[in-house]
Design a protein around this ligand. Sequence first.
Ligand code: M1P
Length: 243
Amino acid sequence: MINYLFDVDGTLTPSRKPMVLDFKTYFKFWLRTQQSSGNKVYLVTGSDKDKTIEQVGEEIWKTVDGSYQNAGNQLFVNGDLVFESDWEMPKDLESVALDLIGQSGWDGTADNNIEKRVGMVNISTIGRDCTDKQRADYYEWDKENLERETIADVINSNFEDIEAVIGGEISIDIYPKGKDKSQILGCLEGKNIFFGDNCYLGGNDYTISEAAYEKYHVADWTQTRDILAVIDKIREIELEPVK
Ligand code: M1P
């Protein structure tokens, strides 16, 4: 049995946007085909339930075998909450995060610099309420200036029980050590195949992609779509009777 595990932002959808309609239709078909072959399909995102539903739609969210939200710190199956972490951001961590945000040249652009999620926290110097244009500008600027890498390093060297990693395009995901996306692998039986766009060292998909049986490090959702089409083709060939 194979477990297909998908990150959402940048892997199934453009960052923070809904799935593109054609791909959504195809993915629903692909998902049901895999399930009828005895395989399982899961979402494994850093995001919360509401944003995931907004992006992939309620049908996919409920049809997958499970949706791991907030880096595996909360699980929904068929729309029902199965478990969630009760971790909360320690006060000393929050005050260091606020200092680091205040020191950034991007502070003041938009609100929502510290987003407390279930079992984790997501911080961004630019602020999560930024416009799409500001998001794109920050992402390019950060590639040159490595602000998020520097902030993650400061947090990691000051808090031994905490892990800070680069989130999607504008933020840093923070959780207790080990409570990253890789924590879900211990709950699954079978071969785990992971699709993610942040599988590089220091990215929020790194640990799970390294621990999975196989990984696809995609540049964006179009690559995911193309890989799924190849997987389909291989399956068709395997099912064809040998002449
Ligand atoms: O809002 C959901 C996403 O938030 C972060 O990404 P970004 O920096 O692009 O906003 C990350 O936590 C990502 O994992 C998550 O899906």
